[in-house]
Design a protein around this ligand. Sequence first.
Ligand code: PLP
Length: 439
Amino acid sequence: MSNESAFARARTVIPGGVNSPVRAYGSVGGTPRFLASARGPYVTDVEGREYVDLVGSWGPALLGHAHPAVVEAVQQAAARGLSFGAPTEAEVDLAAEIRTRVPAVERLRLVSTGTEATMTALRLARGVTGRDRVVKFAGCYHGHVDALLASAGSGVATLALPGTAGVSAAVASETIVLPYNDLAAVEAAFAQHGGTIAAVITEAAAANMGVVAPLPGFNAALARIAHEHGALLIQDEVLTGFRVGPGGWWGLEGAVEGWAPDLLTFGKVIGGGLPVAALGGRAEVMDALAPVGPVYQAGTLSGNPVATAAGLATLRAADAGVYGRVDAVAAELSAAVGAALAAAGVAHVVQHAGNLFSTVFGEQVAAAGGAHDYAQVLGTESWRYAPFFHSLLSAGVYAPPSAFEAWFVSAVHDDAAVSRIVEALPAAARAAAEAAPVG
Ligand code: PLP
């Protein structure tokens, strides 16, 4: 089986041949690699070709693929039964582990996807405030929740769609979209609509328009402004949670500065590669969820025992050594990306948020010292990314197939894996230098 024939067959039965749009290579062109297996820092495609992986299943693979402790926990849990639809002790263990790491989480509800987590957080915020409007930031992606797809990043940015068909005008009209990192815009929105805004939702650090860190004080000010107006702050840590540090982004910022969002959402790492996500926060707010309170939420597979076992084993293994290694690999690789691009004469900025990073291209953004919002990101020379990506791919390096995604490294990206990437970078940087705008 070749990647080509696998893709052709897939397109006859699955829209676009993929079950999530960015996998189709729409913005970089070419044939998506159909993967057959993954181990440690490597993935292998159906043609038997091995790549160093920089996608990491879009975040969950913090420990690398098929980590022995996680696989064993999953096998043991599976042998005890796949799904019960009744409470289990492991769910409580996972919730308690998360609360220990993020004390701002007094109560936690497990769901199956990040989309479900943010959707429920919104409903909860509306339920407890009795208000309908929500503030989100352009370029932030919170899953494919109807109300949150306006100016979303991730696949929506990749496809250059303004939003999506299929969302009613009524729903869209309840979302106020503001520029990221723009506190004046937030103040103005609250001055105008304050009494009707249920919540501000933000990525803890934006990583779905490429990586755009919050400016110092931005998240704290969001909490303050929201609270001054009786609204909630929802900090979406689906991507950053337990990846950028043991307590997620909040652990690096809010915990140090002494403030907390009302609700946080998690996903990716807390499932260790299986479908687990969660929302958590202040007990008073969380207890508005059914069966205690009036806000309904449920799930046949919520807290699934096999998925929960994977998440718990992942978090238990994610110790200081793991975070130290992920940080070190990210620092080494991002420096190597920058050095290769500089040597090839490509104006760029490698943008960081903790151990997450991505690159923006162009003289203008380089002169500005980086992009701080979605409009600036969209103004960059993102057409340089496709040849850069394909050069890496042909050298056995599997970078994200979109300029607007973070690069994910794992704790098992060892020296051999890192060297393969570093050796591939000069040619990729030359390909980026030779790129021409598309269309
Ligand atoms: N929130 C953020 C910040 C994300 O990055 C994502 C997914 O990439 C989601 C929510 C949605 O999660 P899921 O794809 O599990 O629905």
